[in-house]
Design a protein around this ligand. Structure first.
Ligand SMILES: Nc1ncnc2c1ncn2[C@@H]1O[C@H](COP(=O)(O)OP(=O)(O)OP(=O)(O)O)[C@@H](O)[C@H]1O
Length: 305
């Protein structure tokens, strides 16, 4: 019998997953899986559970939670020699990565994708020795995702991020940074930067023309605007994915080093969770490093699709 290890974060999103669990588990059993369910007991529990599933003869690791829970499972799984496919049931507030993978927001339909779909190898991000699935970012707004409490996110969902963002608008500070990739070096003051492998960031920024398995990440940086009006114009351009704005620096690469040139620390986020405050940040792309379950047919942003 095929063995499925099911990691469930009951506090993610609006905690809607608890009501759907029975039907989802029933789907797995009907499709011939012996199911082991583990509900996360603390913030970092999902990391250990992913290691457990990979090292104890399971065929499939299924994760129900938000981007943070998925990211923690990825973190655990990347450290294992044999990597079993990850099936994802989106149950968080934004579920950015699910959108890239074409996974339905309806959790039962997402479970069906896992039982009837196919595994595809996705690129995985490396960030100072840790891993991320779809975004590593610094600067304006990036602290909102992990500073907004789970309780507030669960009550207000997306509105919590937007309200948090508005509260931070007046306090945006540019950081002097050095960005090095291939043989290029860029120096300047930046208010925001993100390295992504996704169709969507924080449910608001939509990325175009990317592939999930090409070994290349998209790098988007925003230079310090001259005044609030210019900041507004650039923010709008970013939301519309118009990378021609004069304050936006956009390029693609498989490795970039971003150095904080100021004497003040600033924080990063990895997949919406706290990502540390290192001065020198090395970000790289591990090509086709992790299998994820996706729909059997529909076209997805993969090299061969
Ligand atoms: N038993 C638990 N008690 C408290 N916190 C937990 C527990 N299990 C997991 N967590 C934490 O719950 C948080 C939920 O994160 P996750 O990103 O999965 O959901 P979300 O924030 O609602 O969704 P999204 O990132 O898609 O907006 C994580 O920071 C995780 O560490």
């Amino acid at each position: 019998m095929k063995k499925l290890y099911f990691v469930v974060n009951l506090v993610a999103g609006k905690a809607v997953i608890s009501k759907k669990l029975g039907r989802i588990i029933d789907e797995f059993v009907k499709e011939g899986y012996e199911v082991t369910v583990h509900t996360t007991q603390s913030g970092e529990d999902a990391v250990e559970q992913a290691v457990y599933a990979n090292e104890n003869g399971y065929d499939l690791l299924v994760v129900a939670g938000g981007d943070g829970t998925l990211s923690q499972c990825l973190q655990g799984a990347m450290g294992c020699e044999k990597k079993i496919p990850i099936g994802y049931v989106p149950a968080g507030s934004t579920n950015d990565f699910a959108k890239s993978l074409g996974i339905p927001s309806d959790q039962f339909k997402a479970a069906k994708v896992i039982t009837h779909g196919r595994p595809v190898l996705c690129d995985v991000g490396g960030f100072n020795g840790n891993y991320f699935s779809y975004v590593a970012a610094f600067g304006a707004f990036t602290n909102i995702t992990y500073e907004t409490s789970q309780k507030v996110k669960n009550i207000f969902g997306h509105a919590a991020y937007i309200a948090g963002g508005a509260a931070h608008l007046g306090s945006i500070k540019a950081k002097p940074m050095r960005i090095e990739y291939e043989d290029k070096t860029i120096e300047g003051d930046f208010v925001y930067g993100m390295v992504t492998n996704t169709a969507s960031v924080a449910g608001m920024i939509t990325m175009k023309n990317f592939l999930l398995d090409d070994g290349i990440f998209e790098v988007t940086l925003i230079r310090k605007p001259k005044n609030p009006a210019e900041l507004g114009k650039t923010a709008l351009a970013l939301l519309k994915n118009d990378m021609t704005d004069k304050n936006i620096v956009f390029f693609r690469t498989n490795e970039v080093t971003i150095t904080n040139l100021s004497d003040k620390p600033f924080s990063w986020t990895r997949d919406g969770e706290y990502g540390g405050e290192e001065i020198v940040n090395r970000i790289c792309c591990y090509k086709k490093a992790m299998p994820f379950m996706v729909r059997g047919k529909s076209r997805l942003p993969f090299e061969k699709d």
